[in-house]
Design a protein around this ligand. Structure first.
Ligand code: 1CP
Length: 322
């Protein structure tokens, strides 16, 4: 999950120095610094590369910007003609900058701390490319998939190919594991879920496994609910990150019956609330998943209003229970 970010004063300082958010993503020295900040402060077991899932559309030539306090904005891709304007000319150069961040970060991390690389899943990245921004229902991408499945399918194929290149570069540069973020996997009916979430993810997993057989792959099909079992079986991921709404019992069953590592799923708002509520739920997660292949994590990204001392408190709580 996002663990760097605006809740840390040291991040805000580097972010201001970098100028734009994308400048920070493409500046290996500064991006590596913000990747390391949460590790220095909290002593976590793994660092997640500082980059963004929208580096891929940017590298493909779509105009991407991040509006302070509002989130990403893209020039919406609404037709076959818009798709035809994307090209791979800049992809290598831009990905090389991210790979350099990975190499620098890996060299700076203690050997026992894992470095996680990532990409957005094709469906989730397509929702931003088509809609031009985050939306509560991903209506623009869902409509394009119904009205013009041909163009939408070519967009997804392009994203599969580019994501494989993105992830493979990160692994070659030193990422120890990778995560595929499908933050909007929950908005599709089951047939569309199989077509736009499961199939492209399976394709990416197969290609990465062929090139890097020993690198664990974690999937995050957020809000997929009962479809998560099918996702795990059919994509071949090694680990599955479970969102906040996923029940602890269902996580335990997945771990037991599907030979998959489960990861999750503390509500990030408990890190804002702190106190008893944070402690009680953390203990409940740890005791329900004890003895199973389990990675403690959040159910979604840290929010900007999180007091850093609550994160430190959570880490201490988990360490004391181990
Ligand atoms: O620790 C880290 O910060 C790791 C780097 C990281 C990751 C893994 C960032 C930096 N973004 C992401 C993934 C990401 N980006 C996802 C998938 C996971 C998730 O659902 O949170 C998504 C959907 C995005 C797109 C995006 N980028 C959003 C969400 C927009 C929406 O629809 O609500 C936002 C706010 C961003 C900007 C961004 N990316 C990363 C950070 C730290 C931020 C916040 C901006 C800032 O703090 O300056």
């Amino acid at each position: 999950m996002r663990q760097a970010g605006r809740y840390l004063p040291e991040y805000r300082k580097v972010r201001a120095q970098a100028g734009s958010f994308l400048n920070l993503c493409y500046n290996p020295e500064l991006a590596s610094e913000v990747t390391l900040q949460p590790i220095r402060r909290f002593g976590l077991d793994a660092a997640i590369l500082f980059s963004d899932i929208l580096v891929v559309p940017d590298a493909l030539g779509q105009r991407v910007s991040f509006v302070e306090g509002e989130g990403p904005r893209l020039d919406p891709l609404t037709s076959a003609a818009d798709l035809a304007r994307l090209d791979k000319l800049q992809v290598g150069t831009k990905f090389d900058l991210v790979n350099e961040t990975v190499a620098r970060t890996r060299a700076a991390l203690p050997p026992e701390v894992a470095l996680i690389g990532f990409c957005g899943a094709p469906w989730t990245v397509a929702t931003y490319m088509v809609g031009g921004r985050g939306s509560p229902d991903q209506a623009d991408a869902r409509l394009m998939a119904y009205r013009d499945p041909d163009t939408f399918s070519r967009l997804i194929d392009l994203l599969v190919e580019t994501s494989v290149q993105y992830l493979s570069g990160q692994i070659s540069a030193g990422a120890d594991a990778i995560q595929i973020f499908d933050s909007w996997a929950g908005s599709l009916p089951d047939n569309e879920f199989d077509r736009w979430v499961v199939a492209p993810t399976r394709h990416i997993v197969r290609e990465i496994k062929a090139r890097h057989p020993n690198t664990p792959i974690i999937g995050f099909p957020r809000a997929a609910g009962e479809k998560t079992t099918r996702y795990v079986r059919e994509t071949g991921v090694d680990g599955v990150s479970c969102d906040t709404a996923f029940s602890l019992e269902a996580m335990a069953t997945l771990a037991e019956e599907e030979q998959v590592v489960v990861q999750g799923n503390l509500d990030p708002l408990l890190l804002v609330a702190g106190g008893e509520a944070l402690e009680t739920r953390t203990r409940q997660i740890l005791s329900t998943l004890a003895g199973r292949p389990f990675v403690f994590n959040l159910g979604h990204g840290i929010v900007p209003q999180t007091p850093p001392e609550n994160v430190a408190r959570l880490v201490a709580l988990i360490r004391n229970q181990e």
